[in-house]
Design a protein around this ligand. Structure first.
Ligand code: PGA
Length: 248
């Protein structure tokens, strides 16, 4: 049985004060049947890890370098994130692919760097509106996932989480219908099952894209949706907790 997981991706938002306040509110609650992870901006990671002392909340980073160390000014290595107490890391978020030209190959290299350092990668996949309208959703997902599988190997997926985030649903208020999301989640699981049935059964698949307290329960009731990667609605602790409640 897969445990549900709700992850809050704050993106480039928040402050030291709001980070501490949010974590103080969330950590005193518990969600026995659901894992919870928060992804604050890099500068607040340390404070987040320090504040989240209860084990009821894990902390992750929004990005990492594909390199282990060296002359890469401004980059942050997976080992440094681990050192800070981060347990998870987002890999290949569509905003990284779009605004920072991260190719499938770079995403795969980051995925491997994360796994090698003992971080749990949350691999983000998703199509644009044009790709969906052209009937290319599965082709895009297959390419994005296939590159990581080829470059990193199946064993790298043991601790991995996959997030399906249709780009047209991110930050737009246009959530994918539960049946639309389920269809792609089932497709992703079938891609894994074609290689390893047990791994496919074990791997958690999150949905992301305008998840809110009022649509979370319906999305999470789908067979292959094992939780959510929540952007905007994760900024308010109360909304994040309501979404966690919908997952439990
Ligand atoms: P959103 O963002 O919930 O604001 O649509 C999701 C994400 O980008 O992870």
């Amino acid at each position: 049985m897969r445990r549900m997981l709700v992850a809050g991706n704050w993106k480039m938002q928040g402050s030291m004060h709001s980070t501490r306040e949010w974590i103080d509110r969330v950590k005193v609650t518990s969600s026995p049947s659901c894992d919870r992870v928060v992804f604050p901006p890099f500068p607040y990671l340390g404070a987040a890890v320090e504040a989240a002392t209860t084990g009821e909340l894990a902390v992750g980073a929004q990005d990492l370098s594909e390199h282990a160390e060296g002359a890469y000014t401004g980059e942050v290595a997976a080992s440094m994130l681990r050192d800070m107490g981060a347990e998870y890391v987002l890999v290949g978020h569509s905003e990284r692919r779009q605004y920072h030209a991260e190719s499938d190959a770079v995403v795969a290299a980051k995925f491997l760097a994360a796994v090698s350092a003992g971080l749990q990668p949350v691999l983000c996949l998703g199509e644009t509106l044009e790709e969906r309208e052209a009937g290319k959703t599965e082709e895009v997902i297959q390419r994005q996932l296939g590159t990581v599988l080829e470059q990193c190997g199946l064993s790298a997926f043991t601790a991995a989480i996959i997030a399906y985030e249709p780009i047209w649903a991110i930050g737009t208020g246009h959530t994918a219908r539960p049946d639309q999301a389920q269809q792609i989640h089932a497709f992703i699981r079938s891609q894994l099952a074609g290689r390893d049935a047990k791994l496919a059964r074990m791997t958690r698949l999150l949905y992301g894209g305008s998840v809110k307290p009022d649509n979370a329960a319906e999305l999470f009731s789908e067979a292959d949706i094992d939780g959510g990667l929540v952007g905007g609605a994760s900024l308010q602790a109360a909304d994040f907790l309501a979404i966690c409640a919908a997952a439990c």
